[in-house]
Design a binder for this molecule. Structure first.
Ligand SMILES: [Zn+2]
Length: 973
């Protein structure tokens, strides 16, 4: 047996590709270009299998396009800027045991090298090297001549230019705006700074000022329209609250809320501090309705959320409903434990203010009862809340007890109520995190109103229009996500773009600010196309002025005058500008789904803000993530496999194949070591067949039989399927067509012709078919398993690298639906025999096939014809049949047979029925006779074929009369 030496072939082909500069791409005016990129990695840790999916898919995309005849550029660089490196270095310096364990035992960093990683740049260099090594070892077809880091001085000049352009076009603003903020780090916080890469989303809450005399009990809500249904208030009895003067009013709020209000630029003066318990039982007034009700205790109230005081709307808020019911029960059992009497609360009933189809009077009760929830700490309450919120938001209408808002849809009432009660002074607003988010340092992220902060103004309506236009005109894979991009464009507002700490480029006009990592990574795709040319000249960074970049990216000015002003050679300026113009616009940007709400949309905006339409991005590909044996990968589960280790264990091609075989668009891929081993076995088996076919030679197509045409026809359909699937990067489907299904048909074909190889006149045709299948299959698998395919290609005597061979095209002359129909009949007959022998348990001594008589064919074809005209039913068929005089003598058999045929024909797909009608009556005896040697070989017994009414037909079990067209009767003796 030939086993594949994976390591040897990987090293061999990676060396050959590198020596030949195979993937170093320069402009070629003779060829169409395809330019794609994938996020440059943050080198603060090695890449693991989870990263493998996005990067491998990008490489598959690049390799496929290359074989389709494009001049493909896939570059790579390193994102050093931002805080992730700082955060990691900090934890290492502190000898955080978790990090030490990870570095030593998961990342396999040698202990003696740990001290050198205690510097951000050294750590970046260390991991960038390791990641690059991994990308080379897995066979990514990257042009490494264009590599850079985001702290290179030349890159900084480029980012300065980007910000100058945005500022000149009015997209940079300065002012006071809410930003996600880490109080410990003293920095604005973006998605890349948070635990789990969670986007800090800020919401403006309505804060209703419930009162007791002069005292305000402000309650934050995202559902101001439910203020008409408040039955009581909640406070956490064990949390710390304060009385504070807030902008001159006396507010009772949690201690945390007081801190947050200060960050929100309110004037806050703490007067006293106490437990929430203090106010339980007091009577509170609803400023909107004038209703009076008690303040009650609830453990679900989180003092960290908004004000720490909550209005209770049990009809529409499941938490409130459950907490109120629970309190009633407990107060009855234990009346002395509370600062109120059970009778004070026993009449508090939900007040429904929203009606909605599919729910009863109290929607929250339906959602709670369906889940059997009785405790306010039940985690299922989150789901119930989401359900009610969403149902009411999308389908709810205000009831008659809401005054002027009665019968308004909830969506409209929400805004209207908020506006009105704020205007009347019954409420105010407060920015708050939509969901809790943690900074990488461990602190809770809060909202801060930031003075003099610099923003990129993604809220600019004119700019938004351009972004919408770009999103409408680009290819988005999967297409379902286009709307998600539009939504993000709609809700984006000013985004803080600079901070006071971290690595990065200084704002050109305010050098005490450092541009942040989500703002210096949005147009760098353009930089790849020019950095190689710039490096060839090796200028001082100061030479690269605004007019230098204006010329190479925007074609502004003249090379001569720019050369004079910058000292950069004119002909080189022209060459670099041409190279940019050749590769731009970007054809595809690959990324994960979590980056739609920031990076990917920022990329669209910034391109729209700087370049004319014809240079806007043309495509975005979104990838799902990877699970490890069904679970999320995480350090705590200890199931993260660094890419380098996986390459050692499984080999590059099996690893690539297993990352792709499970990659359905929008779904998580499920990786497991077993899957990788399985893929390796599949490839080994494939290779065994290949070795034999190559040894046999190419054969000749001069004398093809039906079965040969069948195989070649199947091959064409897989080519079409694979190509169609790859257009939407449905790689799982592609692999199924190109590998699994094609292999299955090849197994069948080789079994089918095994005996025929004994006949010399058949050998050449069979060799031809096998070679042809191999030649096609190895091309289709190249994007997925490039090393093995290069190796096979070389043995086949292929020209150059298979990486640049032509992607197969359907050869119409080999498409033969007829041969596929005939072969399906043989396959069905084989399955019938297997069923019979399985049921009866006999090992056959002889198999008889009986084919249908001519009169049966006549009725069958008549039925197909009627079906085509949509007139097929039993009565019509019988009537039509008897128009033929021949049928009169079979008047007993015809009606029963016609009934069966109608059943059969109705089940046929239209295309198949039409094809059968076109093919007319078959000579089934001949077709079966051609397969006799195969059927005999497979069953180890003699096979007899005859028409049902041939005089010589042996029919001891009286089966022959059951024969139908396409379904010969079978008797196993
Ligand atoms: Zn922090």
């Amino acid at each position: 047996m030939h086993m594949v030496d994976w390591k040897a072939i990987e090293e061999k082909w990676q060396r050959r590709w590198a020596e030949a500069g195979a993937f170093e791409t320069d402009p070629d005016p003779e060829k169409p270009k395809f330019y794609l990129t994938v996020a440059y990695p943050y080198p603060n840790s090695p890449q693991h299998i989870g990263h493998g999916r996005t990067y491998t898919l990008t490489d598959v995309h690049a390799r496929w396009k290359r074989m389709k005849g494009y001049n493909v550029l896939l570059p790579m660089a390193w994102h050093y800027t931002g805080t992730p490196l700082f955060a990691m270095v900090e934890r290492l310096r502190e000898r955080d045991p978790d990090i030490l364990e990870t570095f030593l035992n998961i990342y396999n960093v040698p202990e003696e090298r740990l001290p050198e990683l205690e510097d951000p740049i050294s750590m970046a260099v260390y991991f960038a090297e390791e990641i690059k090594h991994g990308m080379q070892r897995i066979g990514y077809s990257v042009d490494w001549r264009r590599e850079f880091t985001t702290v290179d001085p030349i890159y900084s000049k480029f980012i300065e230019w980007q910000f100058e352009k945005l500022r000149q076009r009015g997209f940079i603003t300065q002012g006071s705006h809410p930003v996600g903020w880490c109080p410990s780090c003293g920095n604005p916080v973006g998605q890349h700074d948070t635990v789990g890469d969670k986007e800090p989303e800020i919401e403006e809450f309505t804060v209703v000022k419930f009162r007791k005399g002069d005292m305000v009990f402000p309650a934050g809500t995202l559902r101001p329209e439910t203020v008409f249904g408040v039955t009581n208030m909640w406070i956490n009895p064990d949390a710390t609250y304060v009385e504070a003067k807030v902008d001159g009013e006396t507010w009772i709020i949690s201690s945390e809320a007081a801190d947050k209000l200060e960050l929100l630029e309110r004037s806050v003066e703490r007067v006293s501090e106490f437990q929430g318990n203090k106010f339980i039982g007091v009577t509170i007034t609803n400023p909107v309705t004038g209703d009076e009700f008690p303040m009650l205790p609830a453990s679900f109230v989180d003092p960290k959320a908004v004000t720490g005081v909550v209005m209770s709307v049990p009809a529409h808020a499941p938490f409130d409903l459950v907490a109120l019911d629970q309190l009633k029960r407990e107060a009855k059992k234990n009346p002395d434990a509370y600062r109120f009497k059970p009778s004070d609360i026993k009449d508090l009933e939900p007040i429904s203010v929203i009606e909605i189809d599919g729910y009863g009077l109290v929607p929250a009760k339906d959602a709670v009862d369906r889940r059997g929830i009785t405790d306010q700490e039940d985690p299922k309450l989150e789901k119930a809340t989401k359900e009610v919120y969403s149902a009411e938001f999308h389908g709810g209408r205000m009831r008659n007890n809401t005054g002027q808002y009665a019968s308004l849809p909830v969506q409209q009432a929400k805004e209207a109520v908020k506006e009105d009660i704020v205007a009347k002074g019954y409420a105010t607003t407060m920015y708050e995190m939509l969901e809790p988010v943690q900074c990488r340092c461990g602190s809770e992220v809060v909202v801060k109103i930031f003075e003099n902060q610099w923003f990129i103004n993604y809220g600019d309506p004119a700019w938004k229009r351009l972004a919408h236009e770009n999103i409408d005109s680009m290819t988005i894979i999967p297409i379902e996500l286009r709307q998600e991009f539009h939504n993000v464009v709609d809700w984006l507002r000013e985004k803080a773009c600079a901070r006071k700490a971290g690595l990065g480029t200084l704002l050109p006009w305010a050098s005490d600010w450092i541009i942040d990592a989500l703002s210096d990574s949005v147009i760098y795709m353009a930089y790849y196309t020019v950095i190689k040319g710039i490096n060839e000249v090796g200028p001082e960074p100061e030479q690269l002025t605004e007019e230098f970049w204006d010329y190479i990216f925007l074609g502004k000015g003249h090379s001569g005058s720019v050369a004079e002003a910058t000292g950069f050679p004119a002909e080189k300026l022209e060459e670099i500008h041409k190279e940019f113009s050749y590769f731009y616009p970007l054809d595809a940007r690959h990324s994960g789904r979590d980056l739609i709400s920031n990076h990917l949309t920022y990329m669209v905006f910034c391109h729209n803000g700087i370049w004319p339409r014809e240079l806007w991005p043309k495509g975005i590909v979104i990838n799902g993530s990877v699970l490890m044996e069904g679970s999320k990968m995480s350090k705590s589960l200890n199931n993260i496999i660094p890419l380098i280790n996986a390459l050692d264990r499984f080999g590059a091609d099996p690893l690539r194949l297993s990352l792709m075989i499970t990659a359905e668009p929008l779904k998580d891929a499920d990786f497991s070591p077993d899957l990788a081993k399985n893929m390796r076995d599949n490839l080994e088996r494939f290779n065994q067949r290949v070795v034999k076919i190559i040894a046999q030679g190419r054969g000749s197509p001069d004398n093809l039989h039906d079965i040969d045409r069948w195989m070649l026809s199947r091959l064409q359909s897989y080519i079409a399927e694979a190509d169609e699937a790859l257009k939407e990067l449905k790689v799982r489907k592609t692999i199924h067509a190109a590998m699994y299904n094609l292999n299955q048909d090849m197994d069948w074909y080789q079994k089918r012709v095994a005996k025929e190889l004994e006949r010399p006149e058949r050998v050449d045709a069979i060799r031809y078919v096998e070679w042809r299948v191999l030649d096609t299959q190895v091309r289709m698998m190249t994007p997925f398993t490039p090393h093995l395919c290069e190796e096979i290609w070389e043995k086949m005597g292929g020209e150059g690298f298979i990486a640049f061979a032509k992607w197969p095209k359907v050869d119409e002359s080999y498409v033969s639906q007829e041969s596929e129909v005939l072969e399906r009949m043989i396959q069905t007959s084989m399955e019938d025999i297997q069923k019979i022998t399985r049921v009866t348990g006999i090992s056959p001594a002889k198999i008889h096939f009986y084919t249908a008589d001519g009169w049966k064919w006549k009725i069958y074809l008549k039925a197909l014809e009627l079906a085509k005209r949509e007139q097929l039913d039993v009565g019509t068929l019988i009537k039509e049949a008897f128009k033929d005089a021949e049928m009169k003598v079979r008047s007993k058999a015809v009606p029963g047979y016609a009934r069966q045929i109608v059943d059969d024909v109705i089940k046929l797909p239209d295309s198949e029925a039409e094809l059968r009608l076109k093919m007319g009556q078959l000579n089934e005896v001949n077709i079966l006779m051609d397969a006799v040697s195969f059927i005999e070989g497979e069953n180890g017994c003699e096979v007899a074929v005859s028409a049902e009414s041939d005089p010589w037909t042996e029919d001891p079990a009286k089966r022959a009369h059951r024969a139908k067209p396409y379904r010969p009767a079978i008797y196993v003796q």
